[in-house]
Unconditional design. Structure first.
Length: 417
């Protein structure tokens, strides 16, 4: 961060340098003389200073681009996209080929793919589609607002749902963008909850021929859950008469699961409202961990048979058919152990390790418990240059400048050209 502010200060001061330097070098003696020598010295000094500052500016920009951290995205067919924020190029690595794509300056980490195309946002709030086979770039969508802020994006069917800020603080827009026709349907919603945070779409569905989206708005330690109908109606989803909940919501198979630090509650969609289906006792806190609601998995993906999470020191799972919870195995091997559950379809993994051991272990979860797939020794999660990201097709690990890609289900390492 100090380097960032130093770069900003450098860019502010740099344009002034040619004028000041030229003025200082123009005076020979402080006496009255003809102006021609002064003008000549001033012109030479100004031209030299301007050339120097131009080279310094280009050099500093190139240095900043080269020092910016690299970002990666792993596609469904194991192609690795590599880019730096603010730069105008992206490299797409395949097991047997590599593509260089010229794009607008990428400013966002909102990137996803549909197995044939990669979608990315640039600094002009323009959504581009990149053909993963040819690298062909196509401008796909740009907000018609003067100032657009993207809160969230999800996919289902042929639709990309974008959540943008509205013209007022209590207003948002959901833009339903068709990937085939590029047609954009805009839906405006107004509610006081939008003032306090950006909404995230956690589910969608259709009732009586009308589309709806379930969204979550987090305000500090509490969440508000709303159902947004495509005709503009906003339905508050109340839990025991309250809009705000400590637990976070998860929407699966027509059920809303509220899990977290408090006992779990399950609400069922009756078509007109959400009503209590099951309330767990106070001594049974089951904290569901499910990353599949993020934009990497479609909202209309088939519901899984189980959801996974932690129940105290145990990893556990709940059947969506019976809503019963069963323990699988101990997940904590020491006091500094950490870990989380990643689910893709019906397959779930536990990814964790120990800070003192400096390891990263990946387990497959099933009725039989935990099965170690692969252990990565020497992965120090406390280091600033260490990063690992889990995708539906595999894991990307970076540490000390080395990048490793490991494909599910056996986590074999993928070699790129």
């Amino acid at each position: 961060m100090p380097g960032f502010f130093a770069m900003i200060l450098f860019q502010i001061v740099l344009p002034v340098v040619p004028f000041v330097a030229a003025l200082l070098f123009s005076f020979g003696r402080f006496d009255v003389r003809r102006s021609r020598p002064f003008k000549r010295r001033y012109g030479i000094a100004f031209a030299a200073g301007l050339a120097f500052c131009a080279l310094a500016a280009f050099g500093s920009r190139a240095a900043a681009d080269s020092l910016a951290p690299k970002h990666f995205y792993l596609t469904q067919d194991l192609k690795l996209a590599e880019w730096r924020l603010g730069t105008k190029s992206m490299r797409i690595h395949g097991p047997g080929s590599s593509l260089e794509v010229r794009v607008g300056p990428l400013r966002s980490l909102f990137i996803w793919d549909d197995a044939s195309s990669l979608f990315a946002w640039d600094a002009d709030d323009r959504l581009s589609r990149i053909d993963l086979a040819t690298g062909e770039l196509e401008s796909f969508y740009r907000s018609d607002q003067k100032r657009a802020y993207l809160f969230d994006q999800k996919i289902y069917g042929s639709t990309i749902a974008l959540v943008e800020d509205g013209s007022r603080r209590d207003e948002i827009l959901i833009v339903a963008l068709d990937r085939q026709t590029k047609k954009a349907d805009r839906h405006v919603f107004t509610h006081d909850a939008f003032i306090y945070g950006g909404p995230k779409i956690i589910g969608m569905g259709i009732r009586d021929g009308m589309r709806f989206w379930i969204c979550m708005i987090r305000k500090k330690a509490e969440c508000s859950t709303l159902r947004l109908w495509e005709d503009g109606r906003v339905e508050e989803i109340l839990v025991n008469g309250r809009l705000q909940t400590v637990n976070s919501p998860l929407f699966l198979n027509g059920l809303l699961f509220f899990t977290g630090r408090e006992p779990m509650l399950i609400l069922q969609d009756t078509g007109k409202s959400f009503e209590m289906k099951k309330e767990f006792p106070a001594d049974e806190v089951f904290h569901v961990q499910d990353e599949s609601w993020q934009f990497r998995e479609p909202l209309d993906a088939p519901p899984p048979s189980f959801i996974y999470g932690k129940r105290g020191p145990k990893l556990a799972r709940m059947s969506l058919e019976t809503l019963e919870i069963e323990d699988l195995a101990d997940w904590r091997e020491s006091d500094d152990s950490w870990g989380f559950v990643h689910r893709h379809g019906d397959q779930a993994y536990f990814i964790g390790g120990s800070r003192s051991r400096k390891n990263l272990d990946v387990y497959a979860l099933s009725e039989a418990g935990m099965r170690l797939i692969r252990s990565f020794p020497g992965i120090d999660t406390e280091r600033r240059d260490t990063r690992f990201t889990v995708y539906g097709s595999g894991i990307v690990i970076t540490q000390g400048g080395r990048v490793g890609v490991y494909a599910f289900p056996d986590l074999r390492e993928v070699e790129y050209q």
